[in-house]
Design a protein around this ligand. Structure first.
Ligand code: APR
Length: 312
């Protein structure tokens, strides 16, 4: 049976841990945090829901990395969330220190886990985990595209007043200003989105998707979104622990696909028990491909920024 660890028992981490446990696919879900008592208290509360919700996966709350030993999958959520007006980049330095520390601690007890990164700024933190861990590239993945696609789908469903299960939506690129929604791959009840909405209307939904996280941060005033984000992270864990090889947009190492090289970027990714099984090259319109290439350049520039901060 499998073991999943979630680092950071804040809003995003605790909700992810609960969702994974409720799938009932693993033996245990370990939640760890630097705050004494927080993961333990939350784990106790979650375990006391197992009788009603009828799942067997045990939730273990701890401040000790020894309890994370031999994890198959680790989700890193530790870090600070955005405050109103902050961009994900403002979080760079503080979260880089947290994430690199967490990665070293995890690797002390788990030899070759698959690591899913959710801490922002996402693309840079995913790169950092890869650098610090030295794990094979297929074992480090960032969560962004499932969430952004789900937000896009929500805005499409509201605009057209259709059920969510009739919508196929896709976003690629970075988790940030250079997110690349892909209208050519979006369908509503099998019909292409651009037959149902004008270009201007699609652009409006694209903008709302891009601003989706910031809109929630602005309303909440403290903290950032976690219900939809945790669904996204948990579904990635599910595809890995059940080896279902589902294709979903994820921040994966791109090595020649789409004519792009050497960067962690949001691309369609097949996820199975070994992590990334394949980066799936789908057909994109020229403008979408150019936007994806633009996003890769933007992420590379931000990674340089990260590296210069780390070398100071
Ligand atoms: N090790 C373990 N846990 C840590 C560490 C660390 N070094 N540093 C901070 N944490 C914990 C905090 O104690 C807190 O419980 O990370 C948790 C973060 O939780 P929240 O503040 O509730 O933030 P959350 O909404 O969960 O977001 C976490 O995900 O979406 C991103 O931008 C968001 O980077 C942020 C991350």
């Amino acid at each position: 049976m499998k073991k999943v660890t979630v680092v950071g028992a804040g809003k995003y981490g605790s909700m992810t841990a609960l969702r994974v446990a409720e799938y009932d696919l693993v033996d245990s879900v370990v939640m760890t945090d630097i705050v004494d008592g927080l993961p333990q208290g939350l784990a106790l509360d979650m375990n006391q829901s197992r009788y009603v919700e009828n799942f067997s996966s045990k939730i273990i709350g701890t401040n000790d990395y020894e309890d994370t030993a031999d994890s198959d999958v680790v989700v890193i959520t530790a870090g600070l969330p955005r405050k109103p007006g902050m961009t994900r980049m403002d979080l760079l330095e503080v979260n880089a220190n947290i994430v690199s520390d967490v990665t070293k601690n995890i690797l002390n007890y788990s030899k070759s886990p698959i690591i899913i990164v959710v801490t922002n700024p996402l693309d840079q933190m995913t790169t950092l985990v890869s650098q610090v861990s030295g794990l094979p590239k297929n074992k480090v993945i960032g969560q962004a595209g499932v969430l952004d696609s789900s937000r896009f789908a929500y805005f499409i469903s509201e605009k057209l007043n259709v059920n969510m299960n009739e919508i196929e939506a896709l976003t690629l690129g970075s988790h940030g200003e250079t997110m690349v929604p892909v209208p050519s791959q979006c369908r509503v009840a099998g019909k292409p989105l651009n037959e149902l909405l004008s270009n201007d209307e699609i652009s409006e939904l694209v903008q709302k998707t891009s601003d989706g996280g910031a809109e929630i941060v602005g309303l909440l005033k403290t903290g950032s979104a976690y219900f939809a984000p945790s669904s996204a992270a948990a579904t990635m864990v599910k595809s890995i622990v059940s080896d279902s090889n589902e294709v979903m947009p994820a921040c994966s190492w791109v090595d020649g696909e789409f004519g792009i090289n050497d960067v962690f970027l949001g691309v369609p990714t097949k996820l199975g028990s070994n992590g990334v099984t394949e980066v799936v090259e789908i057909d994109l319109e020229e403008s979408e491909l150019n936007a994806l290439k633009g996003a890769s350049e933007a992420v590379k520039a931000k990674v340089e920024e990260l590296n210069s901060i780390l070398s100071q």
